[in-house]
Design a protein around this ligand. Structure first.
Ligand SMILES: NC(=O)c1ccc[n+]([C@@H]2O[C@H](COP(=O)([O-])OP(=O)(O)OC[C@H]3O[C@@H](n4cnc5c(N)ncnc54)[C@H](O)[C@@H]3O)[C@@H](O)[C@H]2O)c1
Ligand SMILES: O=CCCC(=O)O
Length: 498
């Protein structure tokens, strides 16, 4: 028998094959489980409970029971716990990285980077927790006073994806806990174990029982999502994933009129103007397109390169990406791991583009000799806006490059999509950078960089990319209700004049 995966960890207790409900590690009451496989080796990593509606209802009840005491703690008290949480993630980053690589496939560097990215949200929100200020507003009537309080919403249902199995949960949990909310997190069935590490470390950091509950499921995911949406006890849903599922959750939440945060799909334009610094543009393109082998929601999807720089940019981009090494993310020499689940869509998009006239400048094929989830790093030239690489998010390692001539043309083409999450523009002209940024219909614009995310920056989209913001000083707003208190009958004549 192969040694258990947990034996490869410095601290095997970080790897737990259960759900975490009301401070206990539990199986599903149905006793059903599902298997989790390494996308690189296809080896079984472990099994997790196939939780059902009874299990998630137990988690909802636990979160409701824990809410009054958690909200009653001061922001400073919650801050100390969140700070400890941050420190524990940093201390355990190597083991966390190993778990992320095993279940998601991303490389060691990306996986440990994700651990630190996750830790950053706990650090940031530990600093925000004591500063959830209200307001005092001058009333129109001189004998009245108006105060505004920001109060925690209550129990929150968090649904997270597989592409950042720890960080997308951390982004939500840290903000929710800082605000004084309690949570039920439904992790992704492909990647449940890094989410479970959050529960292990929450307990060690001193998060009281019931405040954070983590429920695992694969096939039962839709029914658990429905239960969270339809529960009157759950006051808010925060979801990261596709636009299709985000819309479904919004519909399902209408009967209980929940507050929603939806971080959904993107179709990011990456615009390179003639006056761009070529090396800056190539470096940014590599990061934004091929991070996690093209599986991030902020990955560049459509490259628009101005006529005068098209050949030079394309040639340098291809030259650099030829150095990429695709393989098992555990291997230190590997720069790009397998796809967690997107080889078919990647192939479909390439074939569609080629059939409509695109040229393959690099890669183009799957890599079944390494494993069914591997795909070559691919760059396509001469793409156009009718191809699937332009109309849909590929979520795979394909850079689709097309040429443009004028500012107006590129702004129109970039905005010509239903979604609006991330966008990138490369130029040395400051005026143009501002002008174009203001015309782009996207929640986020990156100028001369391929790195868009930071715990201090508001992350989120417009149009069909969703609503709400995560991280930053705005991130808390998604987890509080505003309460107004008006006091009347205040005698405005000072006592000395009475
Ligand atoms: N905006 C962001 O921050 C962000 C981050 C990561 C991924 N994404 C988007 O997610 C998509 C890729 O992920 P995917 O295809 O796995 O997305 P998906 O929407 O199918 O899955 C995301 C999560 O939703 C869960 N889910 C699926 N059906 C559900 C249902 N009926 N009820 C409740 N939960 C359900 C899945 O188990 C998973 O945990 C891309 O479009 C990407 O852009 C967005
Ligand atoms: O994939 C979604 C989030 C990725 C990021 O914040 O960089």
């Amino acid at each position: 028998m192969a040694p258990a995966f947990s034996a490869s960890l410095k601290d095997p207790s970080l790897f737990v094959e259960k759900s975490y409900i009301d401070g206990q590690w539990v199986s599903s009451t149905s006793n059903k489980t599902f298997n989790v496989y390494n996308p690189a080796t296809e080896a079984l990593i472990g099994t997790a409970p196939e939780s059902d509606t009874k299990d998630i209802n137990a988690a909802i009840q636990a979160a409701a029971k824990a809410f009054p005491a958690w909200r009653a703690q001061s922001g400073r008290q919650r801050s100390r716990i969140l700070r400890k949480f941050f420190e524990l993630i940093v201390e355990n980053k190597e083991d966390i990285g190993k778990i992320i690589t095993a279940e998601n496939g991303k490389t060691k560097g990306d996986a440990e980077g994700e651990a630190l990215f996750s830790a950053g949200f706990f650090e940031w929100f530990s600093e925000e927790a004591p500063r959830i200020y209200g307001d005092v507003i001058p009333h129109s009537n001189p004998s009245s006073r108006t105060q505004v309080l920001k109060e925690p919403i209550g129990v929150c249902g968090l649904i997270t994806p597989w592409n950042f199995p720890m960080a997308m949960g951390a982004r939500k949990v840290a903000a929710a806990l800082a605000a004084g909310c309690t949570v039920v997190m439904k992790s992704d069935g492909l990647t449940p174990f890094a989410s479970n590490v959050l529960a292990v470390l929450a307990e060690r950091a001193g998060v009281p029982r019931g405040v954070l509950n983590v429920v695992t499921a694969l096939e039962n995911t839709p029914s658990l999502g429905l239960t969270l949406c339809e529960s009157d006890v759950v006051k808010k849903i925060s979801f990261t994933g596709s636009t299709r599922v985000g819309k479904l959750l919004m519909q399902q939440s209408s009967s209980t009129l929940k507050k929603l945060s939806l971080e959904l799909g993107g179709n990011a334009p990456f615009i390179v103007f003639d006056d761009a610094d070529i090396e800056t543009a190539v470096t940014a393109a590599i990061i934004s397109k091929f991070k996690v082998t093209g599986q991030t929601c902020v990955c560049a999807n459509r490259f628009f390169v101005q006529e005068g720089i098209y050949e030079k940019f394309t040639q340098r981009f291809v030259e650099e990406m030829k150095k990429a090494q695709v393989g098992d993310g555990q291997n230190a020499a590997v720069t790009h791991g397998p796809l967690t689940n997107g080889v078919d869509k990647t192939q479909e998009h390439i074939q569609d583009a080629v059939s409509k006239g695109a040229s393959v400048l690099l890669g183009g094929k799957g890599l079944p000799t390494i494993g069914k989830n591997f795909h070559e790093i691919t760059i396509l030239g001469n793409t156009n806006d009718s191809m699937k690489v332009a109309t849909e998010e590929t979520f795979g390692p394909v850079a689709a490059i097309s040429m443009f001539n004028t500012e107006d043309e590129v702004v129109d083409r970039a905005n010509n999509c239903k979604v609006g999450l991330a966008s990138y523009l490369m130029t040395s002209d400051l005026g143009k950078a501002h002008r174009i940024s203001e015309r782009l219909e996207f929640g986020m614009v990156a100028i001369n960089t391929g790195v868009i995310s930071d715990s201090a920056a508001p992350f989120g989209g417009v149009k069909h990319s969703g609503m709400g913001r995560e991280g930053s000083k705005y991130g808390i707003d998604d987890y509080v209700n505003i309460k107004m208190i008006v006091t009347g009958g205040i005698n405005t004549v000072h006592s000395s004049k009475l």
